[in-house]
Ligand binder design. Structure first.
Ligand SMILES: *[C@@H]1O[C@H](CO)[C@@H](O)[C@H](O)[C@H]1NC(C)=O
Ligand SMILES: *[C@@H]1O[C@H](CO)[C@@H](O)[C@H](O)[C@H]1NC(C)=O
Length: 325
């Protein structure tokens, strides 16, 4: 890209962020580091659990989203049983209550590699030491495949379960799981989001249902290493969205452009001291409000992966039914 074009883009993005103002993240105290966080409230006592990518998947707990968060331990302290490169550093936890048990889907991969697999760990309480590694769920990828089997996200549709995942390479895919949500029913996958531009940097999807629509969120751009190489403005992580009346396809953005044809509207991007928000999810708080959570770098604190912060906002809704921060 020419310097002039880059400058123009920087000005245009600056103007766009003046037009759209985002709320700052809610406050956070204690163990507020985050990377691809997954948040869930335990059904038995309402305690909040926060899981992070890295070192066997960190478990932190708190009595409110704002903290104070306390680090409790790890889900897979000695790594995953999936015998792939990266097995000691499972990624991108996605936690749900399935029946009476907590299911945590994770990915085993290495940065920039397509040799990847998705695994599952289960626990009755989510406490450290209670997790059983169930191994792979039958969603794998290797070099040259259309997708990368990372960043799992479970979605329940009635009594059916689907796993969304990916990617970079061919972006976001979906596979149907069995009725126990433990294995893919077949190797048949289909694409639900694809951006043909550049390196097709879409990953970390999250789907939720609200008011007749399935909303598909994903992270677009470069996730990491901002302290080493600062991406061109707009190339850092941001949170994108599309929606559909069905969970399995037909996702459109706010302009009616298909998600599989490079569509996507911005839900949250860098603003103020918030840089590169992504790795997001959404959950219904016990107060019944829908909460968006994510990680971001605070430009006043530091841009390194180890500096990322836990961000959350109660979602607001536009009159035509799109979430807003
Ligand atoms: C960023 O960090 C500064 C300095 O600690 C703090 O004042 C500010 O509230 C933080 N902003 C966000 C969005 O985290
Ligand atoms: C939500 O929208 C209402 C009405 O536009 C506004 O008053 C309120 O400040 C918004 N809340 C947040 C958290 O953005």
């Amino acid at each position: 890209m020419s310097q002039l074009l880059r400058l123009f883009l920087a000005i245009a993005l600056g103007l766009a962020s003046l037009v759209h103002s985002y709320s700052d993240p809610g406050s956070c105290t204690g163990a507020c580091w985050a990377h691809d966080p997954s948040i869930i409230q335990r059904a038995s006592d309402g305690k909040y659990f926060k899981f992070n990518t890295g070192t066997g998947i960190e478990i932190a707990t708190a009595d409110s989203l704002a903290g104070p968060w306390t680090l409790q331990g790890y889900v897979l302290a000695s790594g995953s049983s999936i015998d792939n490169p990266g097995k000691n550093d499972p990624w991108a936890p996605d936690v749900h209550l399935v029946g009476e048990e907590y299911y945590l889907y994770y990915a085993v991969s290495e940065f920039g590699s397509q040799v990847s697999a998705i695994g599952l760990a289960t626990s009755p309480t989510m406490q450290p030491g209670t997790w059983t590694d169930q191994g792979g769920v039958g969603v794998v990828s290797k070099k040259g495949q259309a997708y990368n089997a990372i960043d799992p996200n479970l979605v329940a549709v009635g009594s059916d379960y689907y796993l969304n995942f990916g990617s970079f390479w061919g972006d976001i895919y979906q596979v149907k799981l069995n009725s126990a949500a433990t294995k893919a029913t077949s190797a048949a996958t289909h694409n639900i989001e694809y951006d043909s531009a550049g390196t097709r940097p879409c990953e970390g999807s999250y789907m939720f249902f609200y008011n007749n629509y399935y909303y598909l969120l994903w992270s677009h751009g470069i996730c990491c290493g901002y302290d080493k190489t600062l991406p061109a403005p707009g190339d850092e992580y941001r949170i994108m969205m599309c929606r559909s009346k069905t969970a399995t396809g037909g996702f459109l953005d706010q302009n009616g452009v298909a998600c599989t044809a490079s569509g996507g509207s911005i839900l949250l991007e860098s603003h103020g001291s918030v840089y590169g928000p992504g790795g997001q999810g959404v959950f219904t708080d016990s107060s019944k409000e829908l909460v968006l959570y994510y990680h971001y770098a605070n430009k006043s604190i530091g841009l390194g992966d180890g500096d990322y912060r836990f961000g959350w906002n109660v979602l607001n809704w536009s009159t035509d039914g799109w979430p807003q921060v």
